[in-house]
Design a protein around this ligand. Structure first.
Ligand code: KG4
Ligand code: ZN
Length: 342
C-alpha cells in the first residue's frame, strides 16, 4: 500500500479542526500535526451553538489553521496527496464551509478529495488510539448530538443496536449543567464539580427501556423539579456538587447497563466508548470496572477533532474504499446507512 499524506478538515459543529496524517495502514501512521479552534466563548453567550456564527468562525479559522498545521509539521502544500473533509452529519452551513474550502484546495493542488463521516470518525478514533483493539467490538458513541451503540465488525460495517429516543448523553450533561447555572456547554464543568465529592443524598431516574432505546428526557424533568423544590438551597456549593454527582451517576449508569445488556446478548466483551462524553473520567472508570476490555480515544480525540477524520480517510483509502465526495453536505446521515454497511 502506497504512503498517503492526507489533510483532514472537520467543521461539522462549533470546532474548526485540521489534521495532517501520513501513513499506509491501520497501524502504520503518524499524525504530523493537529490544530483546533474552539468557539465556546462565542456560543456560550447564547446558551447553544448559533449556526450562522459558527459558519462565519469556520470561514475565518480555516486558512489560519491551514498555515498552523503546515508550520507545525514542517510540510508544504505540495507534500499533500489527498484532502478529506467531513460531509456530515452536522450543521449544514458549517459542513458546507469546510467542504468549500476543501474543494478549493483540492482543485488548486490537483489532488483527490474524499468525504468523511463524522460519526465513523468517532468510532474509528478508538482504533487509532488503542493498538490492541481489534474487530469485532461494541462501540458506544456518546456526544453532544448522538448516543448510539453499534456492533462494529469492520471499517464500514456498523450495525445499530440501540439509540437514544430523545436527548443525547452530552445534551443531557449540558442541559443538566444549565439547570445548575453553568454556561453552555456545561458538560465538562458539571463533571468537574461532580468529581469534587464522594457521594450524594440525591438520586435521579435511570430508565431502563425494554426496547433498543435510551432516554434522558425524564432525567431533565426530575432535575428541574428537584432544583425548584430546593429553591435557594441550590446556591449552596455542597448541594450543587451533590446534585452534579447524582446527575453524572444517572447518565453513566444508564449507558453502562444498556451496553451490558448487548454485551451479554452478543457475547462481546470488547467495548469502545467514543465521542465528547468519553472524555468523562468517571465514565471511564465505571466502564473499566464493568468490562474486561475497554478502549477510549485519548481525551483530545474524544471531543470533536480532525485526527479522527484524517485516520478514517486513511483507513478507507488503504482499503480501497474511500467515501465518495458527492459535493453535498448531509445534515442527517445515520452511520448504519453508509453504503458498505451490512
Ligand atoms: O463529540 P463532541 O465534541 O461533539 C459532538 O459531536 O457533539 O461532544 C460534545 C459533548 C458536549 O455535550 C459536551 O458537554 C460533552 O461532549 N462533554 C462532556 C465532557 N467533555 C465534553 N460531558 C461530560 N463530561 C466531560 N468531561
Ligand atoms: Zn462529534
Amino acid at each position: 500500500m502506497s504512503r498517503k499524506t492526507i489533510l483532514a478538515i472537520e467543521s461539522s459543529c462549533d470546532e474548526t479542526a485540521l489534521c495532517l496524517i501520513e501513513g499506509s495502514g491501520i497501524r502504520e501512521f503518524t499524525i504530523r500535526a493537529e490544530c483546533i479552534a474552539s468557539q465556546n466563548s462565542i456560543h456560550e453567550l447564547y446558551g447553544g451553538v448559533v449556526p450562522e456564527l459558527a459558519s462565519r468562525e469556520h470561514l475565518r479559522n480555516l486558512p489560519i489553521l491551514l498555515q498552523a498545521v503546515l508550520r507545525n509539521s514542517g510540510m508544504s502544500l505540495s507534500d499533500l496527496s489527498t484532502i478529506a473533509v467531513t460531509q456530515g452529519p452536522g450543521l449544514k452551513g458549517c459542513l458546507m464551509t469546510g467542504m468549500n474550502f476543501a474543494i478549493g484546495l483540492s482543485a488548486a493542488l490537483s489532488i483527490p478529495l474524499v468525504g468523511a463521516h463524522h460519526i465513523e470518525g468517532h468510532v474509528l478514533s478508538a482504533l487509532m488510539d488503542n493498538e490492541w483493539l481489534e474487530f469485532p467490538f461494541l462501540c458506544l458513541v456518546v456526544s453532544g448530538g448522538h448516543t448510539e451503540l453499534y456492533h462494529v465488525t469492520d471499517v464500514g460495517r456498523y450495525a445499530l443496536l440501540a439509540r437514544t429516543i430523545d436527548d443525547a448523553a452530552g445534551e443531557a450533561f449540558d442541559k443538566s449543567a444549565s439547570l445548575l447555572g453553568f454556561e453552555y456547554p456545561g458538560g465538562a464543568k458539571l463533571a468537574a464539580l461532580a468529581d469534587s465529592v464522594q457521594g450524594t443524598r440525591f438520586s435521579f431516574p435511570r430508565p431502563m427501556l425494554k426496547s433498543s432505546g435510551l432516554s434522558y428526557s425524564g432525567l431533565k424533568t426530575a432535575i428541574s423539579q428537584e432544583v425548584r423544590r430546593l429553591g435557594e438551597q441550590v446556591q449552596s456549593p455542597a448541594i450543587r456538587a451533590e446534585l452534579a454527582f447524582a446527575i453524572q451517576e444517572s447518565i453513566i449508569e444508564q449507558l453502562v447497563r444498556k451496553t451490558h445488556e448487548y454485551s451479554a446478548q452478543l457475547q462481546i466483551e470488547t467495548i469502545a466508548v467514543v465521542g465528547g462524553v468519553a472524555a468523562n473520567q468517571r465514565l471511564r472508570a465505571t466502564f473499566q470496572a464493568h468490562f474486561s476490555q475497554v478502549a477510549f480515544p485519548e481525551p483530545r480525540h474524544a471531543t470533536d477533532n480532525a485526527g479522527m477524520i484524517a485516520y478514517s480517510a486513511l483507513l478507507r483509502g488503504c482499503l480501497g474504499r474511500p467515501l465518495p465526495f458527492p459535493g453535498c453536505a448531509k445534515a442527517r446521515w445515520p452511520l448504519e446507512t453508509l453504503e458498505d454497511a451490512e
